[in-house]
Ligand binder design. Structure first.
Ligand code: SF4
Length: 212
């Protein structure tokens, strides 16, 4: 059984799957408390569902894209079983994870969107460095930037660990904190190799109307 906060159908707003109709499975619980967290309702609220019940709900939507998000999906061990079954059924599965939990046992076919929390997120010490060993070529590293200081810190991090050479790196401005335009200017000024990523869902929906 997995504790699930919600399952809904919407447009993927982030990663290289951005824009694709996707079923989102939001798990309950997260060990972190980022300053900008917009899913605080997922910390505790939810209902226990079996893998079969989750897959039945997913299959009621007409898409092959499934995104496991949270909360922190990897906070519940059984999520590995869910990912394995979804891959076997032919779904294209992405996993959004905070970077604080090990990605070692994530099934090969799953696309991992791996956050690296910046200092101004309030969780700048949370990154599990072993994850650098487990990242796959398809892994996308995501930095949510709250300030220009966060930008400078992220550039250093990416260069120190050669992320630009090995992976896709996404810089996303924290909504309402760092303007997309300023971040775009910084990327150009500093010849960064990161890809500017806007949280598409924030421009389409209100919290009350984000999909079905
Ligand atoms: S990792 Fe995600 S769900 Fe957890 S506190 Fe941070 S933003 Fe919220």
């Amino acid at each position: 059984m997995l504790k699930i906060n919600e399952i809904f159908y919407s447009i993927q707003g982030e990663s290289s799957y951005s824009g694709l109709p996707t079923v989102f499975v939001r798990t309950t619980g997260c060990p972190l408390r980022c300053t900008y967290c917009d899913t605080k309702y997922s910390y505790f609220e939810g209902a226990f569902l079996s893998i079969d019940q989750i897959i039945k709900k997913i299959s009621s939507y007409n898409t092959k894209y499934v995104c496991l998000t949270g909360g922190e999906p990897l906070a519940q061990k059984e999520v590995h079983l869910l990912m394995t079954e979804l891959c076997q059924l032919g779904y294209l599965v992405s996993l959004e994870t905070s970077g604080a939990k090990s990605i070692e046992n994530v099934p090969e076919k799953v696309k991992i969107i791996l956050d690296v929390k910046t200092p101004d997120s309030g969780e700048g010490q949370s990154f599990l460095f072993d994850n650098l060993k487990w990242a796959k070529p398809s892994t996308e590293f995501k930095f949510v930037l709250c300030s220009e200081t966060d930008f400078d810190w992220s550039e250093l991090f990416c260069r120190q660990y050669e992320l630009f050479e090995k992976y896709s790196v996404l810089y996303s401005p924290s909504f309402g904190q760092l303007s997309p335009r300023r971040l775009a200017e910084k990327i150009l000024e500093k010849n960064s190799l990161a890809r500017l990523q806007l949280q598409l869902q924030k421009y389409i929906w209100t919290p009350e109307t984000r999909g079905v």
